[in-house]
Design a protein around this ligand. Structure first.
Ligand code: PLP
Length: 411
């Protein structure tokens, strides 16, 4: 009989979101009159920018004419898109990134998981705690961990806590690690990293021969001019970092699907025979073999993000969600809660009131205010006693939810 990849059996049963759904459904059944507002998930709610829609409509028409029809495109993405990304996202910010170092893909979720294909199985891997769960689960699937303990931590991973005590900036590991996942602005805490913070990590990586996986899915939410948008704004990062970006949260492409990964040609890692190998070549080979490119229509839609109208429309979308985040921060603070994030990020990270666990607070909010958020403990052990509220929603829902929270929870 065929056998399975036993590593899948080590995965914690997709516990968080099914458990949230179970509790919400049970409450809704018992209280059919309750108007439940969900501020739990990180999916966008507002429509695609007009510039992107128009570009995609035009691209559909091109596909209907033999003269302009497109079949398979380059696996790495069309040059016209890669060039705009390189110029506007990176070179305009002083980063030495060339279009050939950009790989267009259908999502950062896939890329942050797939990147492990080009790395060995004996690396020591560090993740922050709390963490975007994809980083952990893809390492479990690849056999890079042992079993999970009762705190939800996998044997073999190095966890770097991010809590109010360290201002949600993880400390350098006290052991040597080879691969490091960093995500700023952060999901779930909404924390940001300063130039000094990132410099510390780049220096560590260069000293230890480590590679940083820098997830910048939320970079468009940075409004503080002093904060870096890309790890390549830090000197030396070209030699130690891979960056992931997505059109999901800036241009609302969660359902349209487009993202990119930057693999600098200067990046190297060791082969078993001791040789230094170019990671660009391996990723290029991986993508050419296992991926056939993003749809032409979607790439045209993504290209429109870089037009003048596209830039203005994306800015308006970001401002809308940031205003939601501001309302959540203000109202929850007024209700007596300690809130973090929500300024350069679409997530507000709330400290649960004294004595309440993340799940206790989830139940209290659901039952008293009929509002759903995400228990922080679902993102890692250090997320216990925190709670994530997402700013991705309509203004009406955000105002109504925060009004109810003040009415029911104000101390
Ligand atoms: N990285 C982080 C930190 C995220 O929070 C998300 C989505 O929520 C993603 C990546 C996934 O992005 P994409 O939609 O491009 O797969």
């Amino acid at each position: 009989m065929a056998t399975i990849n036993d590593n899948y059996l080590k995965l914690k049963a997709g516990y968080l979101f099914p458990e949230i759904a179970r509790r919400v459904n049970a409450f809704a059944e018992a209280h059919p009159e309750a108007k439940i507002i969900k501020l739990g998930i990180g999916d966008v709610t507002e429509p695609l920018p007009e510039a992107c829609r128009q570009a995609m409509i035009k691209a559909v028409e091109e596909m209907g004419d033999r003269a302009t029809f497109k079949g398979y495109g380059p696996e790495q993405g069309y040059a016209w898109l890669r060039e705009k990304i390189a110029l506007q996202d990176f070179q305009a910010r002083g980063c030495e990134i060339d279009a050939s170092e950009i790989f267009v893909s259908d999502g950062s979720k896939c890329d942050t998981g797939n990147i492990l294909d080009i790395f060995g199985h004996n690396n020591t891997i560090a993740v922050t705690d709390p963490v975007y769960p994809v980083y952990v689960d893809t390492n479990v699937m690849a056999g890079h961990t042992g079993d999970v303990n009762e705190k939800g931590e996998y044997q073999g991973l190095v966890y770097l806590p991010m809590t109010a005590e360290n201002n949600f900036t993880p400390d350098l590991p006290d052991q040597k690690v080879d691969l490091i996942y960093l995500c700023f602005p952060n999901n779930p805490t909404g924390a940001t990293a300063t130039r000094e913070d990132l410099t510390k990590w780049v220096n560590y990586a260069k000293e230890n021969g480590s590679i940083i996986f820098f997830d910048a899915a939320y970079e468009a939410f940075i409004t503080d001019g002093s904060l870096p948008h890309s790890i390549y704004e830090i000197e030396g990062a070209r030699d130690c970092a891979i960056e992931f970006r997505s059109f999901s949260k800036n241009a609302g492409f969660t359902g349209t699907r487009c993202a990119l990964t930057v693999v600098p040609k200067t990046l190297k890692a060791k082969a078993a025979n001791g040789e230094d190998v170019d990671l660009w070549k391996l990723w290029n080979r991986r993508q050419s073999t296992k991926f056939n490119g993003v749809s032409y229509l979607v790439q045209r839609g993504a290209e429109a993000v870089y037009s003048e109208e596209g830039q203005a429309q994306v800015k308006a979308l970001i401002n809308f969600y940031l205003e939601n985040a501001q309302i959540i921060c203000d109202k929850l603070s007024f209700a007596g809660l300690n809130v973090y994030g929500g300024v350069n990020a679409p997530y507000v990270w709330v400290k649960t009131p004294e004595g309440l666990s993340s799940w206790d607070f989830f139940d209290k909010l659901l039952q008293s205010a009929n509002v759903v958020g995400t228990p922080g403990s679902g993102f890692g052990a250090a997320g216990e006693s925190y709670f994530r509220i997402s700013a991705f929603n309509s203004r009406e829902n955000v105002e109504e939810a925060t009004r109810r929270i003040i009415e029911k929870l104000k101390v």
